[in-house]
Structure formats: C-alpha cells, structure tokens
Design a protein around this ligand. Structure first.
Ligand code: HEM
Length: 186
C-alpha cells in the first residue's frame, strides 16, 4: 500500500515540538514586558521547555533515521520537492542549534555554579561541566558568542517556519491532502 501519512509517533513529536517552539519564542518576546519578579521564572520556564525540546529533537532524529517519510503526491514538482527537503533539514538543524546554543550560553553564565537549574521546578538538570569550569575570560566570551548565535538563529527559525507553513498551505490549497499527512484522526 502507498503510505501517505506520517506515523503516530512522528505526528506526536511534530505537534508537541511545534507547541514548545511557539511557546519558547512567545516567552522570549514577552518577558521584556514582564514585571521584574516574573522575568526570572519566565526565563527558567524557557530553559525547561528548551531542554525538553532538545531531548525530543534527539528522539525525532532517531525516528527519522529509522523511517522513510511518506512519499510526496505525484503532482509535486521537482523544485517543490527540493525546497521541501531543504526546509525540513534546515528545521532539523534549528531543532538542535537553538537549544544547544541556549544550553551552552547558560552553562557559561558566570553565576551558573551558584544558580542550579530545575526542570519545571522539579529535578536539577545538568549544565555542561567543562564550559562551567573554563577560565573566566574565555567562559565570558563563550557566553556572549553563543548568546549572540542563539539570538541570530531565531531569524533563521522564523524564515524556515514561514516557508514551511507557506508550503504546506500552498499544497493544501492546490487540493492535496497535505495537512492530513501530519494530522492524527481519520
Ligand atoms: C527550541 C528551543 C529554543 C528556542 C526556540 C529559543 C528561542 C529564544 C529566543 C527567540 C530568544 C530571544 C533572543 C533575543 O531576544 O535576542 C531566546 C533567549 C534566550 N534563551 Fe532561548 N530558545 C530555546 C532554547 C533555549 C535553551 C535550551 C536555553 C537554556 C538552557 C535557552 C536560554 C535562553 C537565554 C538565557 C536567553 C536570553 C535571556 C536574556 O535575554 O537574558 N534557550 N531564546
């Protein structure tokens, strides 16, 4: 039988991660407007969501290596297939690059040793040891460089997301069951 939909696991990972990414971006845009006492909790929540997304990104990549995604309908043109592959692999890159740059920046934070991080306030989750113990000058440079990368990468994320959503909607409007490929249900 010709497979036209992603598996349930892929759908679950796709939508949980989509919600997590939107939440993290929304938090980052909103926390500058929060009252002082709420900024720290918002950033901590951002880190907890981001670390969860890193774990899910690993699961997702493993899923991807173990499965061939459903093939495209015959009507998809060559350039559309190429564009779609480029955007998908770009998004995989971002799924790792965003949390990793955030985690590295956070591990290089000068007060990291005195301010442990708790996953949604529960268990302590690790920072990257060799970065925490770097010579302070180098550690500060790592902090600033990866902080800048984290901030710049958000624009690549927005561009890829726009293309991803525009592509999906275009195919849907062309009459293909594009969204159904990634939607649970019948
Ligand atoms: C997919 C996951 C993530 C996304 C989409 C994301 C997105 C963002 C965005 C859009 C900003 C605002 C950048 C700016 O204003 O220039 C930001 C800031 C930040 N993120 Fe993330 N992030 C993610 C994961 C993480 C993780 C895992 C950590 C740390 C463990 C982290 C730590 C931070 C910190 C410390 C800031 C800067 C806060 C400040 O301005 O002081 N992020 N993030």
């Amino acid at each position: 039988m010709h497979v036209t939909r992603y598996t349930k696991t892929a759908m679950l990972l796709h939508w949980v991660m989509a919600v997590g990414i939107v939440a993290n971006v929304a938090l980052a845009w909103l926390w500058p407007t929060f009252a002082d006492e709420n900024v720290r909790p918002a950033i901590d929540t951002h880190k907890s969501i981001g670390m969860t997304l890193l774990g899910l990104a690993i699961l997702r990549l493993l899923w991807r290596f173990a499965h061939t995604p459903p093939g495209y309908p015959a009507s998809y043109k060559g350039w559309e297939r190429t564009a779609s592959h480029l955007v998908h692999w770009g998004l995989y890159l971002i799924l790792f690059a965003m949390p990793l740059t955030g985690w590295i920046m956070d591990s290089a934070y000068k007060n990291a040793a005195e301010t442990p991080m708790y996953w949604f306030g529960t268990f302590e989750f690790p920072r990257i040891g060799f970065i925490m113990t770097m010579e302070p000058g180098l550690r500060d440079r790592v902090h600033d460089t990866f902080g800048a990368a984290h901030s710049l990468l958000q624009w690549l994320l927005y561009a890829l997301l726009l293309l991803h959503i525009a592509g999906a909607l275009k195919h849907q409007m062309d009459g293909e069951k594009e969204l159904q490929r990634m939607m649970p249900g019948r």
